[in-house]
Design a protein around this ligand. Structure first.
Ligand code: DX5
Ligand code: ZN
Length: 228
């Protein structure tokens, strides 16, 4: 996983067919996805439940590139090894998920994964000021986590602040929630390089008709790239 700041589109399988994750991941990659974003929810940290490490392990076999696992769970630490065993490349924990984010990020890297930290819309950039050397990615939530298809909450100021805090560090800035061709340009201009998109990628297509996935990914990418 070499570092770069090129725009990467990461379809969130939360918006895909839950009975067909393997084929959905293969279709998304064939249609131009750079990363595959996998949302794990526990019904406790967020008001929705998706799936856990065993499903991630099953999905892994159908992803050739980066499996980007977003944990919306609390606690995180007891499950880090299980997600490493499942083959996560990036494992992202929320800074709000517990009192010991520093320890959690050390443990994620210690388990051989890239470490990500996610910030809810109400959490300031300064919350991660003292862990910048422990992370490979910061995920800026532009919706309150828990569900796909929500309305975008503007966070360009937070993205600009993070971009300047990060400086020369090899840390990706990822955006999650309400990303589409209309919201992508302001985000890429502010310094984001990984754009997660669920509804905006999977709408209009299916495993048997994946062409719309490709059109949707291309539209988000070109909107984002045009603003840089
Ligand atoms: C929200 C999830 C997102 C979600 C984004 O809690 O973390 O990854 O799938 O969905 P859209 O792109 O539809 O807003
Ligand atoms: Zn997510």
């Amino acid at each position: 996983m070499a570092f770069d700041r090129n725009i990467k589109i990461a379809p969130s399988i939360l918006a895909s067919d839950f009975a067909n994750f393997g084929a959905e991941c293969e279709a998304a990659e064939a249609q131009g996805a750079d990363w595959i974003h996998v949302d794990v929810m526990d019904g406790h940290f967020v008001p929705n439940i998706t799936f856990g490490p065993s499903t991630c392990a099953a999905i892994r076999k159908h992803i050739q590139g980066v499996m980007d696992v977003h944990l919306m769970i609390s606690p995180v630490d007891p499950y880090i090894e299980a997600f490493a065993d499942a083959g996560a490349d990036v494992l992202t924990a929320h800074v709000e998920a517990g009192p010991h984010i520093h320890r959690t990020l050390q443990a994620i890297r210690g388990a051989g994964m890239r470490a990500g930290v996610a910030l809810n819309p109400g959490t300031p950039a300064s919350a991660i000021e003292h862990v910048l050397d422990l992370i490979d990615l910061v995920c800026v939530m532009t919706v309150n986590p828990g569900f796909g298809g929500q309305k975008y909450i503007p966070m360009e100021d937070k993205v600009r602040t993070l971009r300047s805090m990060i400086g020369d560090r090899e840390v990706h800035i990822e955006i999650d929630g309400g990303v589409d061709p209309t919201t992508a340009p302001g985000l890429s201009a502010a310094g984001a390089d990984v754009l997660v998109a669920g509804s905006a990628v999977f709408k209009g297509g299916s495993v048997s008709n994946p062409g719309p996935y490709g059109d949707n990914i291309a539209a988000i990418r070109s909107a984002a790239e045009s603003a840089i």
